[in-house]
Write a protein that binds this ligand. Sequence first.
Ligand code: MG
Length: 220
Amino acid sequence: MKRIVFCDFDGTITQSETFVAMLKYFTPVLAERLLPEIYAKRLTLRNGVRQLIQSIPSVRYSEMIELTRSQPIRPGLLELLDFLEAENIPFVVISGGLQGMVESVLNPFRNRIQAIHAMQVDTRGQFLQVHSAYESGTEIVAKAQIMANYNADQSITIGDSITDLNLALASSIVFARSPLTRYLQERNKPFIPWNDFFEVRDCIHDLILSRSLEQPLRTY
Ligand SMILES: [Mg+2]
């Protein structure tokens, strides 16, 4: 069976939302105007995030990467990666943030990660330009579409927010933190609550042993 773990980055691997913090820091005026519009769903993520990123001068890109590098990571990631490697289960990161930011944080773990999917940035012009191979109607990075390309028999998703919802709904097993938990409850999608990657590792370990990964999980 082809079993793959798909993991969000912001607020999941990192303890805080680095991407939103970055936008507020590098494009404060526009962020104050557009972020509430995005949260209120009057503006799509695709349109809003593109406007925000493309308002940042390219010369500030290296500073943006520096700001992220020191972000604290949720405990147990290394141990989870060790376990998955031993079990031959690929670990794929899917982020709506910037590829460079994600890679700067995950650099020490890079050889253990099958792939990192995020927004690409072009710094050749005066202002940053964003690109993604997986744009959909409302998202720059359509996470569920990326997952579908892997053709996993069993997909295990780890996430924390509404940007992981479509991914979670299409997954066999979901590890969710708040506020993703609330959206899943509203849709009666079963999930496993988690606090750190030690818990995720132990839970996947138990599920594999008990072969209950094939069974539907109860909702918490
Ligand atoms: Mg997140």
